[in-house]
Write a protein that binds this ligand. Sequence first.
Ligand code: FPP
Length: 249
Amino acid sequence: MNQIADLQNISKKSVPAHVAIIMDGNGRWAKSRGKPRIFGHKAGVEAVRQAVSFACKNGIKVLTLFAFSSENWRRPDDEVSGLMELFTWALGSEVSKLNESNVRLKIIGDRNVFSENFRRKIAEAENKTAGNDRLLLNVALNYGGRWEIVNALQKIAGKINSGELAAGDISEQLLTDNLEIPQDVDLLIRTGGEKRISNFLLWQLAYSEMFIPDVLWPEFTEEVFKEAVDYFASRERRFGCTGEQIRGE
Ligand code: FPP
């Protein structure tokens, strides 16, 4: 198959293989109800369940959620500790359901800063679901896109120093293969109204479509996810070509 024919194939795909979500708006949702911010984060867990359920039912292969950025440590201490407790609780309470649904869980980000107890819980959840292949659920915790790229470069530099690789081997594919997430994102969804990437998946978002629904994260449902996928299906993805080339005119 020639390259344009291949691109026509990709441009017509209606279900995105990899969806990434910036889950924003929990704080505003809670504030509008006169509640503390952590109330919004707790309500956000149900929206995560809705997103995972939709992805499983609709043939999405990879779902990547931005749960805690490397910059979120700057938030008030009580919010940070509340979020860490919530993540620890969610790991324990949700992992069996994920396993039953044949979902593989992977935590991405720099986990060195987490407590030993939390790191052990992460490893247990990842090991328990390691053989599942219906959906890969990546949850980004203490994650930053620049960190991920630097981390990949450090791994490559180590292999060059040891003689396993030569500097001439450096390529886009090699960098991709050394990232936490090697899959390109097809569709990025950001709730909460902001039109920013916020240091998320900088490399993998190169060609992704963006959908910004007018909802705060706790309001996200399977119906909103469907709107995002319908929007994705309506897009003509050009990958640098002209529309005529993609349509074969
Ligand atoms: C951003 O909203 C949200 C977060 C920093 C936390 C996301 C966490 C959850 C949805 C909890 C459940 C997650 C998992 C993976 C179980 P914000 O606080 O910035 O909202 P704002 O913009 O309204 O202030």
